[in-house]
Design a protein. Structure first.
Lengths: 447, 178
């Protein structure tokens, strides 16, 4: 009989959140390894009404032979409210009342955790904790129909981890957690980012009771080994990798004018200002007609779009925003450009999923990230990669150097690059997770 | 189904049958969409719907969505648009920033402050705007259910619940009426 994985992934198609691609790859790889997979994810009304955007094309990427259970979630304070029980103040000023309640909640939790007076132990607040109980209930129902052999949760949101912990205890099975970002460690500074004792306690018990903790890069895994030295053996790196379908066929070397391209969901942490200033400065030195294309969504929420769009330059400086690029069209986008520009914020813990596609393309890369950054580290040794600090002064010469490289390389170089970096192909990159969890099953998570 | 679009103050309850639900649609886009879905569900089951709609598409930038009319089966939908009337309340004027005499920076700070205060008062302003129409309804009809669809509609739902004491009140957020 096939083993059965219960996978808690808040962001799953048709969500277009950045974590969706790793979640998709996870389900694909477990199915390919002979598992039955049930995914518990959020509901469509939340994605459509509150996040404000979905990508229907991603539904085609989900494996056909998995079950997907959508458990409702909302940020809306109106949900699950007993209107008749409200007092005059909370009924007449509901948003003020809720705002005060939210401000006080972490303080109250910290105090009750410190005093040990909270009825159910320390309660963390990541904004999604109302999802935990319904997920546990849904997971128990899934198990009643088809016995679950392992629970795997991906975060953020980290409430998924707590749901996995409670559910696994209820079912008497093991669970693992997949950190797409660190939780209590600030991904940009590496320091602890929660003063809230309840959250620190929640992560500690989750890590202690988990079978394995997966991380997207070495720096995050190492930080967790230091934070939980007794759990160091559980911290395993599973790189994001790239999907083979996103890499176009090898093309001829570029000829002027050049097309530089940035692909990804833009956010306000990207060093776009430095890139755009550098672009304007270097444009006169590039062949006439050269362009900088930006493809992808502007922000993760519909409300972010206008704000970010206002920061983009007009098209008369050779810049063009081409709009969202669906997964199926990513290879075409890369085929249409000569040089890839990868903007990455942060330091050693930030690698960005897009850097793996850039690595495997075999085209010149300009990686804009501060020195010591995770993405820059991955590009070390790549013959066509140029690293630049997030300043116009550093990016401008990098763009010009990349244009020179674009005409110099030959198809054999591309083939060699693709061979070298095929270890980051998603199927290969995900194997440590599949092998680890499958290995635990042989050790019998559940008798 | 059939539908009639009215503005607040115009409500005439006579075309509404004995089986109807009250939808308090709030002011946000998500509240509007939830209200539309809740209305569609009720209409498809043959219920009439009175939907108080405070959504201002010019403010939010997304068009209104209504259940499609013209099907033979289904109930009667009455929408009461109160966005315009609500914009003239104290809350609406505060959110608009009013006419301020101050330096540009001072004006910006004051506008933010007034907008915040206006938003906090908005649930009550919405109730004040639709109160007279609700009272007209309450004189003649009792709904099968009261559905509210965003936080701003909580106040109206609370007052409506005090008028129709035996009627179920629920949200159209996930886990609610849908």
């Amino acid at each position: 009989m096939k083993p059965h994985l219960l996978y808690i992934a808040f962001w799953y198609p048709p969500s277009r959140a950045s974590g969706v691609y790793r979640a998709l790859a996870t389900t694909r790889e477990f199915v390919a390894a002979g598992w039955d997979v049930t995914v518990i994810t959020c509901d469509r009304p939340f994605l459509e009404d509150e996040v404000g955007s979905v990508d229907e094309s991603l539904l085609k990427e989900t494996p056909l032979d998995i079950d997907v259970i959508r458990v409702p979630f909302t940020f809306d304070l109106a949900a699950d409210l007993d209107v008749r029980s409200l007092n005059w103040w909370s009924a007449n000023f509901p948003t003020l009342w809720d705002g005060l309640h939210r401000k006080i909640a972490p303080i109250r939790n910290t105090v009750s955790a410190a005093l040990g007076t909270h009825p159910t132990g320390p309660q963390f607040t990541d904004g999604y904790q109302t999802w935990i109980d319904p997920v546990v209930k849904a997971g128990v129902a899934v198990d009643a129909r088809h016995r679950v052999d392992h629970v795997l949760a991906t975060g953020n949101p980290y409430s998924s981890f707590e749901a996995a912990r409670i559910l696994a205890a209820d079912l008497g099975t093991g669970y693992s957690v997949d950190y797409r970002d660190p939780w209590t460690i600030d991904v940009f500074t590496g320091s602890t980012n929660y003063a809230d004792r309840a959250t620190l306690a929640a992560e500690k018990r989750i890590v202690e009771q988990a079978a394995s903790c997966f991380h997207v890069n070495d720096a995050i895994a190492e930080a967790y080994r230091r934070l939980y030295p007794h759990q160091a053996h559980k911290q395993i790196v599973v790189y994001n990798g790239y999907d083979a379908q996103s890499i176009p066929a090898v093309t001829d070397p570029a000829s002027p004018p050049y097309r530089f391209g940035i692909l990804g969901t833009m956010n306000d942490r990207w060093p776009m200002d430095a890139i755009l200033k550098a672009w304007k400065a270097s444009l006169p030195q590039l062949p006439a007609g050269s362009e900088l294309l930006l493809g992808g969504h502007l922000g993760y929420f519909a409300r972010s779009q206008d704000v970010l769009e206002a920061t983009l330059p007009s098209e008369d400086v050779g810049f063009r925003y081409v709009g969202p690029v669906h997964k199926a069209d990513v290879a075409d986008f890369y085929a249409s450009i000569d040089i890839v520009v990868v903007p990455v914020p942060g330091g050693p813990m930030v690698t960005s999923g897009k850097v793996f596609e850039a690595l495997a393309l075999g085209k010149p890369i300009v990686c804009v990230q501060q020195e010591g950054g995770g993405a820059r580290g991955l590009l070390n040794g790549h013959p066509l990669a140029i690293a630049a600090e997030p300043t116009p002064k550093s990016v401008a010469p990098a763009l010009l150097e990349a244009a020179r490289l674009a005409v110099d390389f030959d198809p054999d170089t591309v083939t060699a690059i693709r061979k070298k970096y095929c270890r980051y192909e998603r199927h290969v990159a995900m194997q440590p997770m599949v092998v680890t969890i499958t290995g635990r099953l042989r050790g019998s998570d559940r008798e | 189904m059939t539908m009639a679009h009215l503005v607040s103050g115009e409500l005439d309850p006579s075309p509404i049958s004995e089986r109807w639900i009250l939808v308090l649609g709030g002011v946000t886009r998500q509240g509007h969409r939830r209200a539309s879905r809740a209305a569609a569900t009720a209409l498809a089951s043959g219920l009439d719907v009175v939907w108080f709609d405070g959504y201002d598409e010019t403010e939010e930038g997304f068009p209104r969505e209504f259940p499609s009319a013209g099907k033979d089966e289904g109930g009667h939908l009455v929408t009461v648009d109160f966005a315009e009337a609500e914009s003239h309340t104290v809350s609406g004027r505060l959110r608009d920033g009013g006419r301020l005499k101050a330096s540009p920076m001072g004006r910006w700070v004051w506008k933010q402050l007034l907008r915040r205060i206006g938003s906090l008062l908005r649930p009550r302003a919405c109730w004040a705007t639709i109160r007279s129409d609700i009272r007209i309804l309450s004189d003649r009809r009792t709904p099968d259910a009261i559905v509210y669809t965003d936080p701003v509609a909580i106040t109206s739902a609370w007052y409506a619940a005090r008028i129709w004491t035996g009627v179920s009140v629920s949200t159209a957020a996930p886990g609610g009426y849908e």
